[in-house]
Design a protein around this ligand. Structure first.
Ligand code: MG
Length: 214
């Protein structure tokens, strides 16, 4: 029974984008446009080439930012400010999700490949502020992105929680492989399931899943 499976869990780690809001709200689409614009301007290439490069960075380095830093020695902070300067009004408050997260016993945190200030904007628009013991962004991982092991080591090590009593919720299955190896329970939050040995559970409905646990 699922509730029994999580009876020892006392730390809850949530990804942000497309995990704490549904993909159909399309917030991340705005960021995608800003990232392509930034790559195009920074590298002096047209948008088509910028998109191709972004695909290459995503495959090779995990994120656009990691590719820009490793292949072009780009300064991360101006990039992070530019790509997160978007319209948050496309997000709706979600009181049911807020209640489900609030009911979880123990420590709750956000870990996003965005930044903590950006996360606070998203959480405010979703009515999910004030639920968190910690909010970690890429700036807390020395700009290493999920899915890199170094990123998880840095953020989880800084927080200091017991990984064997923790669960992580994520829409990108790649970002669950290292947490699984570190002992966390892994829950893939997405419309369609993905079969992988490091995915413990899948749900298309985070609120419904959490509501089974308490
Ligand atoms: Mg995500």
């Amino acid at each position: 029974m699922i509730r029994q499976d999580f009876s020892q869990t006392d730390t809850w780690v949530f990804d942000l984008d497309n995990t704490l809001y549904p993909p159909h709200m399309r917030l991340f689409d705005q960021i995608e446009v800003k990232m392509t614009d930034y790559v195009s301007t920074a590298l002096g290439v047209d948008p088509t080439e910028a998109d191709r490069l972004r695909g290459h960075y995503w495959e090779t380095h995990g994120t656009t930012l990691a590719g820009l830093m490793r292949e072009h020695d780009l300064d991360p902070d101006p990039y992070l400010i530019a790509v997160h300067d978007i319209d948050f009004s496309v997000l709706d408050p979600d009181p049911a999700l807020a209640a489900a997260i609030s009911a979880l016993p123990g420590r709750k945190m956000i870990y996003t490949n965005g930044t903590a200030p950006y996360a606070r904007n998203v959480l405010a628009a979703r009515g999910l502020s004030d639920l968190w013991d910690a909010i970690y962004g890429v700036e807390h991982a020395d700009y290493h992105p999920k899915p890199d092991r170094a990123a998880f080591d840095r953020v989880f090590g800084t927080d200091g929680f017991d990984t064997t009593r923790a669960a992580m919720f994520e829409d990108d299955p790649r970002n669950l492989e290292q947490p699984h190896a570190m002992g966390l329970r892994t829950i893939h939050v997405a419309p369609a399931p993905v079969i992988a040995p490091y995915i413990g559970d899948h749900t298309p409905d985070l609120t419904a899943f959490l509501s089974q646990l308490v």
